[in-house]
Ligand binder design. Structure first.
Ligand code: GDP
Length: 406
């Protein structure tokens, strides 16, 4: 499910020109790829936010659409090749229209989970190929989950979705259209959302830092972390602000809300984390943790055994059960081998005994034949002597004795 790429020109600063600092120089030539999934009900602001994030009209160009017959959820892929400061980024956005739009949304997470897993499977299939000339990576690197800005707390559909997906994808929860809530409402809403996330032990992507990182990087990460879930606004329109600068924003009779103003919303923090500082980390986490877990589970169900620490940590009970099963199998195999060796030894002995018996019998037969031959010879000699009809001499007596001693 690879979206073809459309060349786009940026109108402003996006931030991925910073990517070379995150990964090796060689990648600059090849360009970077990033696959982003967006989930939230229709009209919640997904396309506006993505277009705002990447400063380009990625929506509404749809390239591939799959509709799940049961839930009505569509999976649509869009691709764009964007360039900034000589750095190429091949971006694929996967939209999920129809999510949360039915009367019964209970199983809306299912086609999305299946889509994410089928991308892992496609990658695994390529990895297992003998000739791995070109591997296409369509795995989802991050999923922006749009929480309806109700001002209350998470809804059942949000909790269910995140619980089902958090071990398969890097979840980034956002509150869109944050301009529809007051600052106080937003503060309360954010803390209730985080309390729900913690209560349900939902793992969301959190920017982390290394103890060796400089103070500025650590402070930057901490700032981002404090803003989660990011409360953002999106807009494709620009207006002149009070300082006479043309800025992107949403205009109301009471004033202008600026997209790129950190005191108005968390858009800058979200963009910074997603594109400037943590894009590579998101890809890394997808590859080394989420995909690895999926791969281990898959191979496990296929009967292969992995000495895989990630899997052991992920499902210790299943790991122990598998270890016990393998131990039993090993013992059974050893017992069968020992039985086979024993049987072989017994057979060898039996064959040897039979051989000696046959040899003895043959020798006995040979001796019998020889004796019979000798007896017949002597008998003939005796007859000859008798037929000469001469008196019996002492020598004849001797010969007779010798005949009977045989
Ligand atoms: P999608 O169906 O989730 O992709 O939603 P859209 O991005 O198409 O947005 C639906 C409507 O919400 C449009 O009329 C947008 O102008 C509006 N909208 C998008 N972002 C915002 C925002 O941040 N604040 C407000 N107030 N409206 C927004």
């Amino acid at each position: 499910m690879e979206a073809s790429n459309q060349k786009k020109k940026l109108q402003g600063y996006v931030g991925f020109a910073n990517l070379p600092n995150q990964v090796h120089r060689k990648s600059i030539k090849r360009g970077f790829t990033f696959t982003l999934m967006v989930v939230g009900e229709a009209g919640i602001g997904k396309s506006t936010l993505i277009n705002t994030l990447f400063e380009t009209k990625i929506f509404p160009i749809k390239e591939e659409t799959v509709v799940d017959a049961q839930t009505g959820v569509e999976i649509t892929s869009m691709g764009a090749e964007i360039q900034e400061g000589g750095v190429k980024l091949r971006l694929t956005v996967v939209d999920t229209p129809g999510f949360g739009n039915s009367i019964n949304n209970e199983e809306n997470w299912k086609p999305i989970l299946e889509n994410i897993e089928s991308r892992f499977d496609a990658f695994l299939g390529q990895e297992n190929r003998v000739i791995k000339n070109k591997i296409t990576d369509n795995r989802i690197d991050a999923l922006i989950y749009f929480i309806k800005p109700t001002g209350h707390s998470l809804r059942a559909i949000d909790i269910e979705f995140m619980k089902r997906l958090h071990t398969k994808v890097n979840l980034i929860p956002v509150i869109p259209k944050s301009d529809t809530l007051t600052q106080d409402e937003l503060t309360g809403f954010k803390s209730r959302v985080m309390a729900d996330i913690n209560y349900h032990q939902i793992q969301i992507f959190k920017p982390n830092w290394d103890p060796l990182d400089d103070a500025e990087t650590v402070a930057d990460c901490k700032d981002m972390l404090a803003k989660i879930p990011f409360a953002v606004i999106g807009s494709d329109k620009s207006y002149e602000n009070d300082s006479g600068k043309t800025v992107r924003g949403r205009k109301y009779p009471w004033g202008l809300i600026e997209v790129d103003n950190e005191s108005h919303n968390d858009f800058v923090k979200l963009r910074r984390m997603l594109i400037c500082t943590h894009m590579n980390e998101l890809k890394d986490a997808t590859d080394t943790v989420l995909y690895e877990n999926h791969r281990s589970q898959k191979l496990f169900t296929m009967g292969h055994v992995q000495d895989n620490t990630v899997f052991r940590e992920y499902n210790p009970a299943a790991y122990l059960e598998e270890e016990r099963r393998l131990h039993d199998l090993k013992m059974q195999k050893m017992e069968a081998e020992m039985n086979a060796v024993f049987q072989q030894k017994v057979q060898e002995k039996e064959t040897k005994l039979k051989q000696s018996e046959e040899e003895l019998y043959a020798r006995h037969k040979e001796m019998k034949v020889n004796l019979e031959k000798q007896r017949i010879e002597l008998e003939e000699k005796k007859k000859k002597l008798m037929s000469t009809n001469r008196p019996v001499t002492p020598i004849d007596k001797k010969q007779k004795r010798g005949l009977f001693s045989l």
